[in-house]
Design a protein around this ligand. Structure first.
Ligand SMILES: NC(=O)c1ccc[n+]([C@@H]2O[C@H](COP(=O)([O-])OP(=O)(O)OC[C@H]3O[C@@H](n4cnc5c(N)ncnc54)[C@H](O)[C@@H]3O)[C@@H](O)[C@H]2O)c1
Length: 270
């Protein structure tokens, strides 16, 4: 049994910062070869800056310094299925295949109520989170076939498991990824490929700490119970999520598939 991801080829979308960067560095430290995708273009409805090519270059250097394996990074928007397929084919060609794909890229936006979202806001969020999870999986799976232990990890959210006011597009997209993850678990089981989801509560990254979040929280006040963690913590750290991502993608979890592992400090319990 392989006890770590040493020597594996791991793809992480949204890897230029935040949780994705944390995952990428941890895989590198574990001995994996790591492929970073990020630096989307043309996202106009996100109330904070997404990562750019400079961020991706800085992330590449950090991941490279974290471990002995190869690091490849690509400017690729997960909404561009052709580009994602092209870069994963290139990475797989250079590194010999793909063992793990982590669909982590995501954006967050809001409106006072979900019916007041602009169509553009709905579409950018859904295209990045739901369609973008599928574009990564579709591009990775052909390069995973025949590789022992290969698996997909989708990054969900507490929003994948309950309704949350002012963010119906994000909630719907994350719920959709649950269905995608489970369906792929069924389809890929005969190939020995697993498919799972890690669902974090609010984490200490730009997505949750940017100034616009205060307005979102204001819209949510009094419109849903239990909008807090059960455990006494406000924001969890990326590393808390990374530990779960690494475990579920390793052979330690070799018979775990179609599963959601919540790293949510009890947010969804009540
Ligand atoms: N931060 C939280 O509170 C929280 C909570 C639950 C779930 N999540 C989820 O965790 C994941 C990681 O988010 P984070 O907290 O690290 O936020 P983040 O904003 O720091 O990082 C997200 C990364 O995804 C990239 N990205 C966004 N759209 C993209 C696209 N179309 N193509 C390629 N890359 C794209 C961004 O450039 C950025 O580098 C997301 O799926 C998010 O929905 C976050």
């Amino acid at each position: 049994m392989v006890l770590s991801t040493d020597g594996w080829v791991v793809v992480v979308s949204g890897a230029a910062r935040g949780q994705g960067l944390s995952h990428a560095k941890a895989y590198a430290a574990d001995g994996a070869h790591v492929v970073l995708l990020d630096a989307p273009s043309g996202l106009a409805t996100v109330p904070y800056p997404v990562a750019d090519e400079d961020d991706l270059a800085a992330a590449h250097a950090e991941v490279d310094a974290a471990g002995p394996g190869a690091v490849l990074s690509y400017a690729a928007d997960v909404r561009d299925a052709g580009r994602v397929a092209e870069v994963l084919a290139d990475a797989a060609g250079r590194l010999g295949g793909i063992d793990v794909a982590v669909a982590n890229a995501g954006i967050f936006s809001f409106a006072p109520s979900t019916w007041e979202l602009s169509p553009e806001t709905w579409k950018e969020c859904s295209d990045t989170i739901l369609y973008g999870s599928w574009t990564l999986a579709r591009a990775a799976i052909p390069h995973m076939l025949g590789r022992a232990g290969a698996n997909l990890v989708f990054v969900g959210s507490v929003s994948a498991h309950k309704g949350i006011a002012a963010t119906g597009h994000y909630v719907a997209a994350k719920h959709g990824v649950v269905g995608l993850m489970k369906t792929l678990a069924i389809e890929l089981a005969p190939e020995g490929i697993r498919s799972n989801m890690i669902s974090p509560t609010a984490a200490n990254t730009t997505m949750a700490t940017n100034p616009a979040m205060a307005e979102c929280v204001h819209y949510q006040e009094g419109r849903g119970s239990n909008m807090s963690n059960l455990l006494p913590v406000g924001l969890i750290e990326p590393r808390d999520v990374t530990d779960a991502v690494l475990w579920i993608s390793s052979d330690h979890a070799r018979y775990v598939t179609g599963e959601v592992l919540k790293v949510d400090a009890g947010f969804t319990v009540r």
